[in-house]
Design a protein. Structure first.
Length: 452
């Protein structure tokens, strides 16, 4: 019991670390004349707002957010995502930050990626059109029960709270995510903070391999290595995948195997950081001094009002965790410490040999589920016959291939960040499974005091 209480306390202090910075102006940089150029790719889920504001509150002389791109094939729809982000940036006095989303192009049968390729679909469903269903997005409820409608409106908090800025979503004129990414990464070494499905980042790395040298590191929020996945709507078909990886497994594979340095912050780490009632109460009592803190608190309040109701299949105390915020905390702290030996204030990092599962065995069997191979004389993107991408690809959350008779635990692994041996995997940096968050309240209060 004592151990459990201490564990809970550590999780709580990590959560405190993240939220307290909403009320903190970061300490001026000492001897750091060149700011890190940062691009954030987000699916604009509620918790992404915490992470975004955490980054935007940093000292710009150290961490300069140049652009934000939106992943529109998961939790949010393009126009809603852009408008909310524009208003948040207006509130934060950052109308200078470029925002990109979607695009009307696609990927040809020959594998040519068009410059205006859309981020509305995962790579496997991309053709020369933005129309069509996304097999993975079915895992996300479309309505208002912790689904896209909640995210699109931020549970109604956005309209009631945010000031309306001068920028608005323009369907045919909105800069595309690819355009914004290419412009930003071309302009100088850039660190990518990836807080949703990895479609946009994968397209960038595939279509512009020469720009990989300008990507200093990618920090990825997602995956689950030694813990179960969190597809609470699809456990009976795929108990392995985490949402962000599942929404575009092939894109995740591309990013992790791209050769760009990767730090992955999976469920193994974030499962230890649930939003607890204790944390929520503390947030309400102590951190209401800025509009951004109040916006996050009200957003969280709405989420918890839903999650507190019985919700079959949701695991964890509230079902809500600081996934992306923790990732951003690890990223900022690591960058601040020079990214030397995984040194950061949130978690101890280690290397693991992992890959992302994109199809299921038996490999090479044609069953109509895999458009990279089915009906083609040569596989798309030059993929290998009989290789790891050539098996059955999960077609939806009720895919009968993935069901196991007599069991409520499915067998499909699409999107699973799996530990493997040898060259099948890549060495990726991630928080040590046993690592403890080392942030203390005293340190946080110290930061807070220095801000005044
Ligand atoms: Ca996210």
């Amino acid at each position: 019991m004592e151990q459990a209480r201490r564990k809970s306390s550590r999780s709580w202090t990590a959560a405190v670390a993240l939220v307290s910075l909403f009320a903190v102006v970061a300490v001026a940089a000492a001897g750091a004349p060149v700011p890190r150029r940062i691009l954030v790719d987000t699916d604009m889920d509620t918790e992404d707002l915490f992470a975004l504001l955490y980054v935007l509150k940093q000292d710009r002389s150290k961490f300069d957010v140049k652009a934000i791109t939106i992943n529109a094939n998961a939790w949010i729809d393009a126009g809603h995502g852009v408008n909310q982000l524009y208003d948040i940036l207006y509130m934060m006095g950052r109308d200078d930050i470029a925002v990109g989303v979607g695009g009307d192009g696609g990927i040809s049968d020959a594998g040519e990626i068009h410059p205006d390729v859309g981020g509305y679909l995962p790579l496997i469903d991309q053709v020369l059109s933005t129309a069509g269903g996304c097999r993975y997005r079915q895992a996300i409820p479309p309505g208002s029960h912790d689904g896209r409608l909640d995210t699109d409106t931020n549970s109604g908090v956005r309209r009631g709270f945010l000031p309306r800025g001068p920028r608005q979503y323009e369907p045919l004129r909105q800069p595309t995510a690819q355009q914004v990414m290419v412009d930003t990464v071309s302009a100088g070494p850039t660190t990518l903070l990836l807080l949703g499905a990895l479609t946009n980042a994968a397209l960038l790395l595939m279509a512009h391999p020469h720009l990989r040298r300008n990507v200093e590191r990618v920090y990825v929020s997602g995956g689950g290595v030694r813990v179960p996945g969190n597809l609470f709507t699809a456990d009976d078909t795929n108990p392995f995948a985490e949402f962000n990886m599942f929404c575009d497994p092939f894109a995740a594979y591309v990013v992790l195997h791209s050769g760009v340095p990767v730090t992955l912050v999976p469920l193994d780490a974030t499962n230890r950081i649930p939003v607890t009632e204790e944390f929520f109460a503390e947030f309400g009592r102590r951190w209401q001094s800025t509009p951004e803190a109040r916006y996050c608190f009200q957003s969280l309040d709405q989420v918890l009002r839903r999650l507190r109701r019985p919700a079959p299949g949701l695991h964890g105390s509230t079902g809500f965790y600081l996934w992306d915020s923790f990732t951003v905390g690890v990223a900022i702290s690591s960058m601040g410490n020079g990214e030397v030996n995984g040194g950061n204030d949130f978690a101890e990092l280690e290397y693991m040999n992992i890959t992302v599962i994109t199809s299921n065995k038996p490999y090479g069997a044609r069953d109509g589920s895999n458009p990279f191979f089915d009906g083609r004389s040569t596989p798309k993107f030059g993929l290998k016959e009989g290789g790891v991408h050539s098996g059955h690809v999960q077609t939806g959350i009720r895919d009968s291939f993935c069901l196991v008779e007599g069991s409520n635990t499915g067998r499909c692994q699409d999107g699973y960040t799996k530990e493997v041996a040898g060259s099948e995997g890549v060495w990726v940096e991630l928080p040590r499974a046993q690592s403890q968050t080392r942030i203390t309240i005293a340190r946080l209060i110290g930061n807070f005091s220095r801000a005044s």
